[in-house]
Design a protein around this ligand. Structure first.
Ligand SMILES: Cc1cc2nc3c(=O)[nH]c(=O)nc-3n(C[C@H](O)[C@H](O)[C@H](O)COP(=O)(O)O)c2cc1C
Length: 203
């Protein structure tokens, strides 16, 4: 199991970092091969709408995303982890999402498929400070479309409300345990779609 994980928070040692680390360490403990990319320290431009991918399905911008496309293609599972910023994913995460436009063009305009046509699992991890009922509605739609562009089957998400201060996720009653359970299950090849907390929007 080759897992590629994107950390979308700029706050190292913060809540998303802790949640994602719990997940990835558990997956590694079951033999997964894990690559983690901290998006805030990458040089990834948003899509410039240059049209450079329109005829080839390949992005013409040269930055850190250039090496990430083949890593996505090789991955068996993609993990996107982002805190909520203004009811959205962070700008770092959004740049990654926008750059999947080249994959979308390849798939839906040029009908070429995305780098070989392999399918992969997609999982989203997120948390925010407030307890609003609709807190994750917008980002879930964004992530669903991102996963579709990169040929990932959206297996579900871990979503936690009421987590604000650095490290506060550690005192959440279930977050880290669920992340570890999910990481182990994914790496062990279990059918993770059957895990009930992956489909819960309130916690
Ligand atoms: C710029 C900014 C915008 C935020 N917007 C929201 C928001 O719209 N809703 C919310 O519930 N929390 C919001 N938060 C709070 C964060 O989601 C929360 O503190 C989270 O735990 C940060 O995770 P991290 O430690 O992984 O960065 C915002 C925080 C920042 C810095």
């Amino acid at each position: 199991m080759n897992i590629l994980a994107f950390m979308g928070s700029p706050r190292m040692g913060g809540n998303t970092d802790i949640l994602l680390t719990s997940f990835l360490e558990a997956a590694e403990s079951r033999g997964a091969d894990v690559t983690r990319i901290n998006l805030a320290t990458q040089n990834i431009s948003p899509c410039t709408e240059c049209g450079g991918c329109d005829k080839t399905g390949t992005c013409v911008l040269q930055d850190d995303m250039t090496d990430i496309y083949p890593s996505i293609a090789a991955a068996d599972a993609l993990i996107v982890a982002s805190p909520i910023f203004f009811y959205n994913i962070t700008a770092y995460t959004q740049a990654l999402v926008e750059r999947s436009q080249a994959c979308w063009v390849s798939k839906y305009v040029l009908r070429k498929g995305f780098l070989g046509g392999k399918r992969r699992i997609g999982i989203f991890l997120s948390l925010g400070a407030t307890k609003g009922k609709l807190l994750f509605d917008g980002v879930l739609r964004v992530i669903r479309y991102f996963f579709d562009a990169v040929d990932a089957d959206f297996a579900g998400s871990l979503l936690y409300r009421g987590i604000e201060k650095r490290g506060e996720v550690r005192i959440h009653p279930s977050a880290l345990e669920e992340a570890q359970t999910l990481g182990r299950a994914l790496a062990s090849g279990s059918d993770i779609r059957k895990i009930d907390f992956l489909h819960r929007r309130t916690s």
